[in-house]
Design a protein. Structure first.
Length: 240
């Protein structure tokens, strides 16, 4: 995949807190650039390299990411294992851990700062119960590298590390959405397993890429937002 031509900075804080002055709670310089945790009114928000990524205003699409994957699994699948790619503000992890139907819950997060903000910082208010759940494991590693090198298998991969397949947070993340990256994801799934990918906009091209990578039952589900195009969860099933 070539580097995206669209800006990677996407999204704005919720309108109800837009006028509040942001307060920086922590700022780190890491291997992927600067990452900042801020409080704006009642919200917590994550900024990467000066671009707003996400906040705690609305977790509907993150919850859909988990539920849509679960609902596509074979009904007889017991205690399915799920990999959550990207810890973010913790909505996806918290929602998975609140569902007793999931078995092992593994979260891959490459930013040490984000993990710290959950384990001992303000974001623990979102994820505290999930982090103490015995099913939960947090891995501090890069998702793209992990899916290419691990031998672990899952029933669902729920990935939310970018603004979408077309708008990546860093250029290296683009490798995840290439045929070889999707082949690595497919290899990590048990037969009947589901790949779910969060996106801030629909992508018919990515749906075609999923089909060409051997995924079946390719579809997308949308969450309407107050402004702009809907958030989307792209889905595909490993059929064999």
């Amino acid at each position: 995949m070539s580097a995206p031509t669209l800006p990677t900075c996407l999204g704005v804080p919720a309108a109800s807190d837009a006028l509040a002055a942001p307060v920086t709670l922590d700022r780190r310089d890491g291997p992927y650039g600067e990452i900042v945790l801020r409080r704006r009114g009642e919200l917590l928000e994550i900024i990467a390299n000066g671009c707003f990524l996400m906040d705690t205003s609305d977790g509907r699409s993150e919850r859909l990411l988990i539920d849509a994957a679960r609902d596509l699994l074979p009904p007889e699948r017991e205690a399915p294992a799920v990999l959550v790619g990207g810890l973010g503000v913790g909505f996806s992890l918290a929602h998975a851990a609140a569902d007793p139907r999931w078995g092992r819950i593994v979260v891959v997060e490459r930013e040490r700062a984000v993990i710290d903000w959950h384990r001992s910082g303000p974001l623990g208010g979102v994820s505290g119960a999930a982090l103490s759940d015995p099913r939960t494991v947090i891995l501090h590693t890069d998702l793209v590298e992990y899916v290419r090198t691990t031998t672990d298998r899952y029933d669902a991969l729920c990935l939310d590390i970018d603004n979408g397949p077309d708008w990546t947070v860093t250029e290296d993340n683009g490798n995840l959405y290439t045929p070889s990256g999707l082949a690595a994801c497919r290899a990590r799934l048990n037969t009947g397993g589901v790949l779910a990918v969060w996106s801030a906009n629909p992508s018919s091209a990515f749906a075609d890429t999923l089909r060409n990578a051997g995924f079946g039952d390719v579809r997308s589900e949308e969450v309407r937002v107050a402004r702009g195009v809907p958030d989307v969860v792209h889905l595909g099933v490993r059929t064999a």
